[in-house]
Design a protein around this ligand. Structure first.
Ligand code: NAP
Length: 289
């Protein structure tokens, strides 16, 4: 038996797995496309061939896939759901407050504990002092996995018993990020159109790592980086639109930036850095998007 099973071996799931491996925590992994597990298997990590095998392998199950409904997507089949009895599920896939509340009820009916978390750092920071994950859900459940989660970084925080709190705060945080993206893209466009070197603009913000990184990516054209892809950001943007519909608030902001993301995906930039948005914005010649 392992201490924890990780479902999903994308950029983040793999980083979670590797952080546990470095810490000496025994893990089992599962990925929909099993080929992605080969590298870990070669390092003696147990790869579960089926979801059922992955569930029974550990008392704690961490999900990190690019699907907000992944609790049901992975565990919804009745044969599989029965195996969850007594286990703790930690959902680290970005999801919606409404979905997270439903997941909690669904899992409680199967006698499983549930925590929801948002990863607030790049994959390279997991397992370091800057590894940052916010968790919400029942305190008793959190205490049982606190040490296990602690291996993922120095900034793991429990924000209280309300299961949806972190999902709400994460969406609010994402809104700020998307606003920053738009500002940085337009600022870069202004500078380049007027013949001002982007380095001069970046130099105005010596203490702002985000501007240095993102505008620096545009300056250097280094869109091929192993970090959250444009597609992964777009999936989060879709959640902002859906949450606005769920609670009846204005969706103008996510809809507006969403058209730019759609264009970039259509142009084939989905697997690139989110600042590849600049490539579709740049050639727009002043049209609105
Ligand atoms: P990624 O590199 O694009 O990998 C996506 C993963 O999700 C793959 O393992 C994929 O499986 C799996 N997947 C997608 N839909 C699935 C489904 N319906 N059923 C089963 N597996 C499915 O994405 P990522 O960057 O690891 O992101 C994973 C989650 O972490 C997302 O919710 C994202 O919002 C969150 N997150 C990521 C970052 C970041 O910096 N990357 C930061 C914070 C939060 P296949 O291999 O079979 O396609």
């Amino acid at each position: 038996m392992s201490e924890v099973t990780i479902f999903g071996l994308g950029l983040m799931g793999s980083a979670l797995a590797r952080a546990y491996q470095r810490a000496g925590v025994s893990i089992t992994v599962w990925n929909r496309t099993i080929k992605k597990a080969e590298a870990l298997e070669a390092e003696n990590v147990v790869v579960a061939p089926t979801i059922s095998d992955a569930i029974v392998a550990s008392p704690v199950l961490i999900i990190c896939v690019d699907d907000p409904k992944s609790v049901l997507t992975l565990f919804g089949h009745s044969q599989v759901g029965r195996l969850l009895d007594g286990r703790t599920i930690i959902q680290l896939s970005t999801s919606l407050p409404k979905q997270v509340r439903e997941d909690q009820k669904w899992l409680a009916a199967r006698n499983a504990d549930f925590l929801y978390g948002a990863i607030h750092c790049g994959p390279q920071y997991l397992g370091t002092k800057d590894g940052n994950i916010l968790i919400s859900g029942p305190s008793d459940s959190y205490r049982q996995v606190e040490n296990l989660l602690g291996h993922q970084g120095g900034k793991i925080a429990h924000l209280g018993d309300d299961i949806a709190a972190v999902s709400v705060l994460d969406l609010a945080w994402l809104s700020i990020r998307f606003g920053e993206f738009l500002g940085m893209l337009h600022a870069s466009n202004i500078c380049q159109a007027e013949g001002i070197d982007l380095q001069k603009f970046i130099s105005m913000f010596p203490d702002n790592e985000r501007i240095q990184h993102h505008v620096g990516t545009i300056r250097d054209g280094t869109y091929d980086q192993r970090t959250a892809t444009l597609s992964v950001w777009q999936a989060s943007l879709e959640l902002l639109k859906r949450q606005a519909m769920d609670v009846g608030i204005d969706a103008g902001f996510p809809n507006h930036i969403g058209t730019l993301f759609d264009k970039a995906i259509k142009a084939g930039y989905g697997e690139e850095h989110v600042m590849a948005l600049f490539k579709v914005l740049k050639g727009d010649g002043g049209t609105t998007y």
